[in-house]
Design a protein around this ligand. Structure first.
Ligand SMILES: *Cc1c(COP(=O)(O)O)cnc(C)c1O
Length: 354
């Protein structure tokens, strides 16, 4: 009954998580109410919140000197939140522009601080030897995975400045060393849970420097001092994110996710590279494990491809309008069987129309 949904976000959630949420939807843990209906200050909900953070810390191996903040406004509010929390007006910050999400972050930051764009490219990541880094930058910002084109950093940039990274579409896809970063931030709706929640993982010495006119609900210190409950949080999104973290742990953690994710993406890229009918424009060294883009050489077939794939139960394969073509978003919750079904469909489609 459930289709394979390749949407970039909000995206598929693990079926086991959805079933669990369904089974306790009306009555959570014999409380006689839905988790959605309980006070965020109740001891029941506080337990949900604490468990969620605990499991996230465990699966990401987040060191004690990093705070985990559950924030409002999506990753996009952090585009402003980052300069507001980390800089003064006359400071300079370095941004790498690898695509649309980098550009949005740059544009917003430029309202608050001097932004130096150190390198730009769309289908590859410029060699670090060519980056025009500034000596006095307060931080270096990267978009770890450009969701629209499918360009993903596969190595850590070398810098002694704090690296601030937008992990929205790749958090939890593999093990990372949190200590390599100053701040990791992500909207939930790709690889964490339902929309409405964003996560900021921040080294504790970077908290407490916000500009005096920073709104309380954008100031990381406010979240840190109030267990992310200065006001009412997106309680149902927190709860569901907690179920997703439990699921990841049960599957064998981010190490197990990584193994499957690499295999899923590699077999799709292999099919595309072997074909004269489909192609992928991204430098193979930085191809995303999460968002696999491909184009049809004959663009007149795009509409037919989308219609027939949809009829085959493979949903939302249309690429972002800023880039065109097709995009298969294959986050943790996309079963390998979904990728196999897509590969079968692509082969049959090629055989029919080539
Ligand atoms: C989806 C996405 C965003 C925007 O997230 P919101 O939660 O909608 O603000 C930002 N950055 C990247 C890389 C994304 O994929």
């Amino acid at each position: 009954m459930r289709a394979f949904n390749f949407s970039a976000g909000p995206a598929m959630l693990p079926e086991a998580v959805m079933r669990k949420a369904q089974s306790e939807f009306l009555d959570w843990n014999n409380t006689g109410m839905s988790v959605m209906e309980m006070s965020h200050r109740s001891k029941e909900f506080m337990a949900v919140a604490h468990n969620m953070e605990h499991t996230l810390r465990e699966i990401m191996a987040i060191p004690d000197n990093y705070k985990v903040l559950f924030v409002h406004g999506g990753a996009s509010l952090q585009f402003a939140g980052i300069p507001m929390n980390l800089t003064s007006e006359n400071d300079t910050v370095d941004y790498v522009n690898t695509g649309v999400w980098s550009q949005k972050a740059i544009k917003e930051a430029a309202r608050y601080v001097n932004v130096n764009v150190v390198a730009e490219a769309e289908t590859f990541i410029p060699d670090e030897s060519e980056w025009q880094l500034s000596d006095d930058a307060k931080y270096v910002h990267i978009c770890q995975n450009e969701t629209i084109t499918g360009v993903e950093f596969q190595t850590l940039p070398k810098t002694d400045k704090p690296i601030i990274a937008d992990f929205s579409s790749t958090i939890l896809s593999r093990p990372i060393n949190v200590s390599d970063y100053g701040v990791i931030y992500a909207g939930a709706q790709k690889n964490i849970g339902p929309a409405g929640l964003a996560i900021v993982i921040v080294r504790e010495d970077l908290i407490g420097q916000a500009r005096s006119d920073t709104p309380n609900l954008m100031n990381w210190a406010t979240y840190n001092a109030n267990e992310s409950m200065f006001n009412t949080p997106a309680t149902f999104s927190w709860y569901l994110a907690g179920l997703v973290f439990d699921w990841i742990k049960e599957q064998g953690g981010v190490e197990a996710m990584a193994e499957v994710n690499q295999r899923k993406s590699q077999k799709l890229y292999d099919l595309i590279d072997a074909s004269d009918f489909y192609y992928n424009e991204i430098d193979p060294n930085v191809r995303s494990w999460m968002n696999v883009t491909f184009k049809l050489k004959n663009t007149e077939l795009d509409t037919v491809f989308l219609e027939e794939s949809k009829a085959a139960g493979l949903l939302s394969l249309k690429g972002h309008k800023a880039y065109g073509g097709m995009r298969a978003s294959i986050y943790n919750a996309m079963p390998e069987a979904g990728v196999d079904a897509l590969i079968d469909f692509m082969k049959q489609f090629e055989a029919k129309y080539a």
